[in-house]
Each structure stands twice: as C-alpha cells, then as structure tokens.
Design a protein around this ligand. Structure first.
Ligand code: F6P
Length: 528
C-alpha cells in the first residue's frame, strides 16, 4: 500500500495548491464557468450532492483522483468489502457492509447475518404488538447508543405512536435517574446494548436498572430485559436470556445495522428497518461500483484530504437542516474522530500530516443563531456541510420553505460574502449612526469564499437515511485509507479507561501517594 505522501500526485497537489489552490476564488470560478454546478454535482442513491461551492477546480479533481489511484484505493476497497483483514491491530475483518447485503447475496456470512436479523426483527415486531410494553430503554454507550439514538428521532414519522424510546448512556447517575421515575416495571423493556458487555458505563447502568426493576416489584427479567452483544455468555451471566448476537467484524461505531439496531426496529418496524438496510446497501453498491470520479463517498473523502492537508483546515461543521437529525453531528463525531483520529500509520510510523478534522455542528437553523457568526466572519475557514431535505414529514409547509431558504442562504452567504464597499453603500442601522462609516463597513463586511457542500435528500426516509449514513462511513474510510491509518481500531480510548480503573479504589482508600500533584490535589478536594 502506498501512503498519500509517497505519491507523485501528492507532490503535484502541493504544487497546484501553491500555484492556484491557495488563492482559488469561488465567485470567480462560478463567473468563469456557467456549467460549474453541473460539473461538480453528483447523484448517489438517496443523496444528491452539490460540491460546486468547494475550493476545487478540474485540476484539483484530476490530481485528487490520481492520488486515489496511486494509493490503490479501488483494490483496498475491494479487499475490505470481500472481508480481507482490514483491522490489523485488532486482528479482525471489517464487514459491516455484510450486515446490509440482501438475503442470498454472495456476501460473507450472509446466512448467519440473516438468521440473526430475522430473529431480531421478529422480536421487534413481537414487542411492537405487545400493548403492555410502553417504554423501551436502550442502555449502551458510543456505538451501542449513538446510532439508535440518532436514527430513532430522525425517523420519527415512521414510528409507532404511544411508545416511548429512552436512551441511557452516561455513567453519570443523572442520566438513568432522569429516566427511571418515568417507568413502570410491567410496562418497560430494557435493552442492554454492548458489543463487549464489559463497558463500565453500560454495566453500571444495567445493574442500576435491574436493581430498580426488582425494588419496584418487577418480575420476569426474561420478558423485561434483552441484550444485544457479541458476548452472549456475559449477557447470560447477567441474567438475560433474550439475546441477539453479532460478530467481532462489526466495529462499535458501524453497528447500528446489526442487533444493536433493535431499538430502531422496535421504533419503526421490521419493514422500515429492512428499508434502512436497503438504503445502506444501495450506497455500498455505489461505493463499490461507481467510477472514482462519480463516486460520492470517494469524492467527499478526497475533498477532506484536500482541505485537511493542503488548505490546513482543522474542522468541518455539519449543519443538518432537519430537526430529526439533531444527533447526527454527535453520531458523526464518533464515526469520524474515533476512526481517523490517529497519529501513526498502519506500520506504526508517526504521520507527518494532519488526520481527522474536528467534526461538530447543530441542526439548522439553531446553529445560525449561535456559532454561524464565526463561520461567516471568524479568522478560521471551516467548511460546512449542509443537509437539506426537500419534503417535510409535517404539514407546516410555510415553515419548511423558510427552513430550506435559510439553508440555501447560509451556503450562499458563506460563498458570496460582502465587501466593505458593498457594506458602505447599505443603509447603516440607527444605533450605529455615530460610528465612522468606513469602520462600520469593515465590521459589516464578509470575506466570503468560504466553502460548503450541500447534500440534498428528497425526503428523510429509512432508505435515504440508510444511504446517508453509509455515505459517511465510506467517506471516512476513504480519507483514512489515503492517510494510511487503521480506521477501525480505537486504542486512544484505552488509557483513560485504565487510569480510571486505577483511580477508583483510591476514592475508598483515600490514598493519593504516587499520583501527579494535580490529580492528587483534585482528589483530595473531592474527598474532603
Ligand atoms: O469508546 C470506546 C468504545 O469501545 C467504542 O468504540 C464503542 O462503541 C463503545 O466503547 C461501547 O463499547 P461496547 O459496545 O463494547 O459497550
């Protein structure tokens, strides 16, 4: 495998950036090329993407494609999709795509996958038909929480009325203590979701739920507790007999398609869950088959490398213009930053370039009234990803039009900006009447030329959402592969876990010996 910085294309991209890329101006690019929107937009299953407001031209595209080819991206992708070992540091294949391959497809583990899927969906339907179960509590964290927690509200229009889904993740007792008083044991199903079934937070919350259930006079744990895990034995040890398994080749942050998706299936039903899988599978086919130039996940991954390593942008803001996607930025934070937040390559060599950007955001229009000020006039350039959904699932047509107009306008404002001269000719607000006109014009000007991508969905359905999530998965893989890193391990979360386990007994022993002065000082204050 060739790492990005060992290619001729990398050198060419550096030259191209210095010669033209750094000074690239979107407004001039649109003025020069009336066909720019058509040339830089792509159609993928369930998602239309306008990439034309990005700081790229045909030469950039040419060299980025060269980079992908020189790094052997197509053959690496094919090897991963075929189940070749892609997570060497954990000694595992990477096969979340096998979870959404249709029954009978020539895909690894197809029979096993569908056996568990059918059983999980039958159970979900059984729960949906059980009028006594009004509350479902998913207890899990990270990949065992964020996927269902993001998808369930996103697909609210497809959910069954009269049933409440709760998500408990934090070891902070405030989380579960907020949920338990809303429940009655006879009407509640707890799902303990944990790939390993050892995660501290999840085990603590599961034990708290079980203790509450018994203290409230709950009986029949078998009916009121289920588990989704690869560690069926540990779930049985906990006393749970209804368990849906999955496999070590499903990474936590790629697991919503597996039994971890049980809360989603209960919320939207088996048929809609299958549509979610079908959308992801359609995107998998696109990723596997579309030529690189028309391959949306590949194009987005290449753009990420261009921005991170040549423009030096350190973050990307995600702005879903759909309230149902409020948790998408949090979901993407784990997907992208846990996957690509690495500083050594697969051979353990220290990387001389930046990897994962900071991914962050809030749903539009809320973000506009918080941090968009910085996006428009701050000193850093932060590419923004707008997600627009053409059809609303409510009847408030006027509000939906306003929402869409806001999304379009923000992307337009970022790109167009406003010169001080333009601002000078505007009518100044009365409150600012005493300020020098030129000074005020400078405050009221916008640099513009700030890049954005717009992803456009016809409607937010199980199919289009499945496609959108799979798009992000493959895009993250693309940049990770070019950077030469293993996007599927997460050793960076281990040190904190180990130190926490070492600190815990000190809360009882009150022993601070051997600790660094800061930790010792803080611990003493906590114990005082
Ligand atoms: O935070 C680390 C991590 O291992 C994530 O990768 C994972 O999604 C999460 O913890 C939860 O793990 P588990 O599903 O094993 O409880």
């Amino acid at each position: 495998m060739t790492r990005c910085d060992g290619t001729e294309a990398w050198v060419a991209l550096r030259g191209h950036f210095e010669a033209q890329g750094r000074e690239f101006d979107l407004r001039q690019a649109f003025a020069r090329d009336p066909g720019r929107f058509a040339s830089f937009s792509l159609e993928a299953p369930g998602v239309f993407a306008d990439l034309s407001k990005n700081l790229v031209d045909m030469a950039t595209q040419h060299w980025l494609l060269g980079l992908a080819n020189e790094c052997g991206l197509p053959s690496r992708r094919d090897a991963m999709l075929a189940g070749g070992m892609a997570n060497a540091t954990e000694g595992r294949a990477v096969l979340h795509t096998a979870l959404r391959a249709p029954k009978g497809a020539a895909s690894p583990f197809n029979a096993e996958v569908h056996k568990v899927l059918d059983a999980m969906l039958a159970y979900a339907e059984q729960v949906r038909a059980d009028a006594a179960i009004t509350d479902i509590v998913n207890i899990g964290i990270g990949g065992s929480d964020l996927g269902p927690q993001m998808v369930v509200p996103a697909l609210h229009a497809f959910t069954q009325p009269g049933r409440r889904l709760h998500f408990v993740s934090n070891v902070d007792g405030h989380d579960i203590a907020r949920v338990l008083p809303q429940l009655k044991p006879a009407n509640t199903l707890f799902i303990v979701a944990s790939k390993t079934f050892t995660t501290q937070e999840t085990m603590a919350n599961a034990l708290a739920a079980k203790a509450w259930f018994e203290a409230q006079g709950g009986t029949d744990i078998a009916r009121h507790f289920a588990a989704t895990t690869t560690n069926v034995k540990a779930a049985a040890g906990f006393g749970i007999s209804t368990t849906f398994g999955f496999w070590d080749w499903v990474g936590g942050r790629y697991s919503l398609w597996s039994a971890i998706g049980l809360p989603i299936a209960i919320a939207i039903g088996a048929e809609n869950f299958r549509a979610l899988l079908a959308g992801a599978h359609a995107m998998d086919r696109h990723f596997a088959e579309a030529p690189l130039a028309q391959n949306l996940p590949v194009q987005l991954g290449l753009l990420d490398v261009w921005y991170r390593n040549f423009h030096g942008f350190t973050s990307r803001s995600v702005a879903p213009y759909h309230q149902g996607l409020a948790r998408l930025p949090a979901y993407l934070q784990q997907l992208e930053m846990e996957s690509n937040g690495k500083c050594v390559d697969e051979l353990g060599q220290r990387l001389p370039y930046g990897t994962s950007p900071v991914v962050w955001g809030e749903p539009g229009t809320n973000g506009q009234h918080a941090y968009f000020q910085m996006l428009h006039q701050g000193t850093d350039v932060i590419p923004v990803e707008f997600i627009l959904v053409k059809q609303a699932a409510h009847g408030l047509a006027d509000q939906h039009t306003k929402l869409l107009a806001n999304g379009l306008a923000q992307a337009q404002a970022l790109m167009l900006g406003k010169t001080a001269d333009e601002a000078r000719h505007e009518k100044a607000p009365t409150a600012a009447a005493d300020i020098d006109r030129d000074v005020l014009a400078r405050h009221r000007s916008f640099p513009g030329n700030r890049p954005s991508t717009t992803l456009l969905l016809e409607a937010l359905t199980p199919f289009s959402l499945g496609a959108l999530i799979a798009l992000y998965e493959h895009r993250v893989w693309t940049s990770g592969a070019l950077w030469g890193i293993n996007s599927f391990d997460q050793w960076g979360v281990e040190l904190g876990k180990a130190l926490c386990n070492a600190l815990l007994p000190r809360f009882a022993s009150r022993d601070t010996a051997g600790l660094d002065a800061s930790t010792a000082g803080l611990l003493k204050r906590l114990l005082a």
